[in-house]
Design a protein around this ligand. Structure first.
Ligand code: MN
Length: 243
């Protein structure tokens, strides 16, 4: 990219970000929908559904502004790349190295952000507790049981430097693994499937927990929807889990 093009792209990005953050929520949702192949999925519960562990204002800003911005930005990135625009997101992420170099960072950051948050909303809105059935069996077999999983997951999440995610992945036969990734990277980039994960960017918890990321990680288990996680587990084993 030439210096002029880079400058124009930076200015366009800054302008888009300013628009996204300055636009009222309702107008943003209406404006974001028709602009490209990727769309912001509606939050599947009320903003306050995860209170008191995650406050309603954090959920609203996180979904309506942060996630909406990732969607707007990936739509902008693929605007002049019709072949990429026609691809499912999980394929774009799994084949990042084959994507046009000029938009590869935008696809990685915003495509990853879109995929990660789409998963994230799905696995919350619950009441915590414990997994059941073959998911519980797999947690015990592969991760040492729920108590050990929580301790290890919280430890890995605490040690993510800066911004990132902690995930439990599953392969096609249902073997689970605990991994962390920086920024908006996702195991989808290695062709793996994400069973569930937690966002440890400060925007996910700062209004309520400030700098106390360990407290947020601990509280987050109270809003996990294990029935939804079990659905994702079954879908992964059936080969139908995409994001
Ligand atoms: Mn986030």
């Amino acid at each position: 990219m030439s210096a002029m093009n880079r400058r124009a792209a930076l200015l366009a990005g800054a302008s888009l970000a300013a628009t996204v953050f300055a636009t009222p929520r309702r107008a943003l949702a209406q404006a974001a929908a028709p602009t490209g192949p990727f769309t912001l999925p509606p939050l599947p519960y009320a903003f306050g559904a995860n209170e008191p562990h995650i406050d309603a204002q954090t959920m609203e800003i996180h979904h309506d502004r942060h996630h909406a911005a990732y969607v707007a930005n990936i739509n902008a990135a693929v605007k002049d790349h019709s072949q990429v625009a026609a691809m499912p997101l999980e394929q774009i992420l799994a084949k990042l190295g084959e994507m046009p170099e000029s938009i590869r960072p935008a696809l990685r950051n915003n495509g990853g952000g879109h995929a990660n948050h789409t998963m994230f909303w799905q696995v919350m809105g619950g009441k915590g507790g414990a997994p059941t059935g073959d998911l519980a069996t797999a947690v015990t077999r592969d991760l040492g049981g729920l108590d050990k999983l929580k301790a290890d997951f919280n430890g890995v999440g605490t040690r993510v430097f800066g911004s990132g995610w902690v995930f439990v992945t599953t392969d096609a036969v249902g073997k689970l693994a605990l991994v962390a990734r920086p920024n908006q990277d996702t195991p989808l980039m290695e062709g793996q499937r994400v069973l569930f994960g937690n966002d440890v960017w400060e925007h996910a918890y700062y209004l309520k927990h400030q700098n106390r990321r360990p407290a947020y990680l601990e509280a987050w288990w109270n809003v996990v929807d294990w029935a939804k996680v079990a659905e994702r587990y079954a879908a992964a084993k059936a080969g139908s889990l995409k994001l």
